[in-house]
Write a protein that binds this ligand. Structure first.
Ligand SMILES: [Zn+2]
Length: 168
């Protein structure tokens, strides 16, 4: 990610070609996997001949990571799929085997409810929502819409790539 970012425009001032990577960001992975690359810190270089940047630094996250959350997009989606199929939070958590605690699973669900209207609005820009489903739980419609719109492989990662914003 160091090289790909070189020509990118700074998200703060919009000038391109001035970003320097000054450190990678690691976070906790699932149990037994203590250091996972999650993104990098970048500086929009203020000292450069000719053009100069705004001097702000910021973090870019890898699309398979969720900023402020240790779980990866694949693990979270595996859990959400089970939850979508009508299981309780604890049953879905057990099946998904994400390596994270049950408390994490409750936190993910709470967060999904908080963001669902924002999420729905984004998905509508990709594809119209599916016709009324026999919703097994209130999040079901959004999840169905989600993998209809962005595919079933790793739709959270697809969401990050498509909208260039983090989900949670
Ligand atoms: Zn800048």
């Amino acid at each position: 990610m160091r090289s790909g970012v070189k020509q990118m425009a700074c998200p703060l001032c919009g000038r391109a070609g001035l970003l320097n990577c000054h450190g990678l960001v690691y976070g906790n992975g699932a149990a037994g996997d203590s250091r996972v690359l999650r993104g990098g810190r970048f500086l929009c270089s203020p000292r450069r001949k000719g053009d100069s940047g705004c001097g702000h630094s910021f973090t870019l996250w890898l699309a398979g990571c969720l900023p402020r959350h240790s779980v990866g997009t694949k693990g979270l989606w595996r859990f959400l799929r089970h939850y979508h199929s009508g299981l309780s939070v604890s049953a879905a958590w057990e099946k998904a085997r994400t390596g994270f605690s049950i408390e994490s699973a409750y936190r993910w669900v709470r967060r999904m409810y908080e963001i669902q209207s924002r999420l729905r609005a984004r998905l509508c820009r990709v594809r119209a929502p599916p016709p009324g489903t026999d919703a097994k739980n209130p999040l079901s419609e959004v999840l169905e819409h989600w993998f209809n719109a962005l595919g079933e492989d790793d739709p959270i990662r697809s969401f990050h790539l498509r909208f260039q914003t983090d989900l949670l």
